[in-house]
Each structure stands twice: as C-alpha cells, then as structure tokens.
Design a protein around this ligand. Structure first.
Ligand code: NAP
Length: 273
C-alpha cells in the first residue's frame, strides 16, 4: 500500500499506550484487506481536545482506552443504544463530522464466553472488579441471557453503583473479594481487575478456584490464569475478547470482517508484518 492523499487515518486514544496491540492488529488488517488506511497510537493527556482533532483533521475512526472510555462517552455526538446502557465507549466513527460512539468490548467478551464456556446459560458467573471493563462484562452476560450474576469488588460502593446501573437488566449479587459463599457457589470466575497483570498477585484467594472455569480479560496470562492452570482448572486469558472487540470496531469503520485466526497468529508472534 502506498500512502497518498486518499489514505484514511484511524487510531487509538489512551494513556498509557506503550503496550497496546491495537496499532499492530489494525494496521496489519488494513494491509491484508487492501484498505488505504493507517492506524496510529495517540497517547494523549487531553481526550476532549483529541476528539476535536478527530473532526478537524477528518480522522475516520478511533478506539478509546484507559482511562477515557467513560469521558469519551459524554463527549461524542451520538451514542449507540447498547453503549448507552454500558455507559462507556471504546470505538468512535467519524461520519462527516458527526462522532458516533460504540462499545465493542461487550461484544468481544460475549464471543470469548461462547468460544470457551460450554453450556454457559446454565452456569453461575462471578465477576471480579467494578471498573469500566466490568460494566461491559455485566452487559455482555445480560446479552448472553444470564439473569443472575455475582459481582465482587474491593470497594463495595462501586459494586453498588453497577448493581443499580443494571437493575432493569440483570440481578447482581454483590460482595467483597473474599465472599466465600459467592465464590464457592460459582461455576465461572471472570477477573476484570488489573491484578496479576505485572505481578504474582491474584484478586481472590486461590483456594476458591478449584473445579472452576476461570476467565481473565487481561490479554496475556495473568497470575490468576497461570495458577488456575497449575491447579488443573480450565483458564483462558483475554485474547479472544481483545481480538473480538477489534473485529467489531474494524467492521464498524470499514464494513469488512477480518480473519480472526490470522489475528491470533499475528499477535502470538507467528506472523511477520
Ligand atoms: P478500572 O476502571 O481502573 O477498574 C479496575 C477495577 O479493578 C476496580 O474495580 C478496582 O477496584 C479493581 N482493582 C484494581 N486494583 C486492585 C487491587 N490491587 N486489588 C483488588 N482490586 C483492584 O479498569 P478497567 O478499565 O475496568 O480495566 C480492568 C482490566 O481489564 C485492565 O487490566 C484492562 O487491561 C483489562 N481490559 C481488557 C480488555 C480486553 O479486550 N481484553 C478490554 C478492557 C479492559 P476498586 O473499585 O476497589 O478500585
């Protein structure tokens, strides 16, 4: 592909961005599908100004990541109905100067569950964490047909806020991270905290995970995933969710579907760009 005056610009806004896999994935897929576009990382301190630049510079679309998903939700012109329930966006499409906000995290998470958890409608799910990502996960569980879930968080008031936010969608039993009753009665535990990303910590006592299925939305193997595997549990990291959210963002921007298997190979380092 040659860059010319028709080359479209896409990117990601967040802080920090040094570990983001999105530029590599989207750039590769633009090339693969012959789309005349580039995708860049914009590590910004000011998301409001950055979103004004999307209009001024006619940037065609952006992903939004930590810590701006909730602020950006309030700044775009039109919100997709599902994103409206979640209260956060990770994808923006610029349609002739009108910014449309979407949430594709919950879609990526739904794919992760469908791919990895058999008979998921009859299982009891417990979510760990009550941050921005946990909201998308709770909404994803609702969209998968679950009507009762558990949500455990270090700060109980934040768990209460999510419980109230989704009260018309799904019944959420809340507790703290050592709620033994909730943990022992669960089938699937989903880590939505950053604990174990760069250290050997786990968000809950590891004794609770025996015979459980464990999902972690961190896209590399966290301490929880490594320890769960060691104990013989089924344990899956967040790569399926990451590729899923990127797949739906890409489709919103281009109307095209990329090859997810190719995405896996690329991100596992088996493909050279
Ligand atoms: P966030 O809004 O900052 O929320 C973090 C949550 O983790 C809060 O509930 C916080 O509890 C809890 N937490 C943080 N440190 C903790 C600790 N030391 N002990 C116990 N709980 C702790 O973050 P987020 O946006 O929800 O993201 C969470 C994780 O999901 C990140 O690692 C992110 O990379 C990952 N993620 C992955 C994908 C994907 O596509 N795979 C997508 C989105 C996010 P308090 O409420 O008590 O502070």
């Amino acid at each position: 592909m040659f860059i010319d005056t028709k080359t479209q610009l896409f990117g990601i806004f967040g802080h920090p961005l040094s570990h983001s896999l999105s530029p590599r994935l989207h750039s590769f897929m633009f090339k693969q599908l012959d789309v005349n576009a580039v995708y860049l990382a914009f590590e910004t301190d000011n998301v409001e100004e950055s979103l004004r630049a999307v209009k001024t510079l006619n940037i065609q679309g952006v992903n939004i990541t930590i810590p701006y998903k909730e602020i950006a939700f309030k700044l775009v012109d039109i919100i997709d109905p599902d994103a409206d329930v979640v209260g956060a966006i990770n994808t923006i499409k610029n349609n002739n100067g009108v910014l449309y906000g979407y949430n594709t995290d919950y879609l990526g998470f739904m794919d992760m569950v469908k791919l990895n958890i058999d008979n998921y409608k009859n299982k009891r799910f417990v979510v760990l964490g009550a941050g921005g990502a946990a909201k998308a996960i709770v909404y994803g569980l609702y969209k998968l047909g679950l009507s009762n879930i558990g949500l455990l968080n270090r700060t109980i008031d934040k768990a209460k806020l999510i419980q109230a936010q989704f009260k018309n969608y799904v019944n959420i039993n809340i507790g703290n991270l050592n709620d033994s009753t909730a943990l022992l009665s669960s089938d699937v535990i989903i880590n939505c905290t950053p604990v174990g990303l760069n250290d050997n910590q786990t968000p809950i006592d590891i004794k609770y995970i025996d015979k459980k299925e464990v999902l972690d939305i961190i896209y590399k193997d966290s301490a929880l995933i490594l320890k769960a595997k060691k104990r013989g549990c089924k344990a899956v990291n967040g790569m399926d969710m990451f590729i899923g959210q990127a797949f739906y963002s890409f489709k919103i921007w281009t109307g095209l579907e990329f090859d997810r298997q190719l995405a896996y190979k690329l991100l596992k380092g088996n493909l050279i760009l």
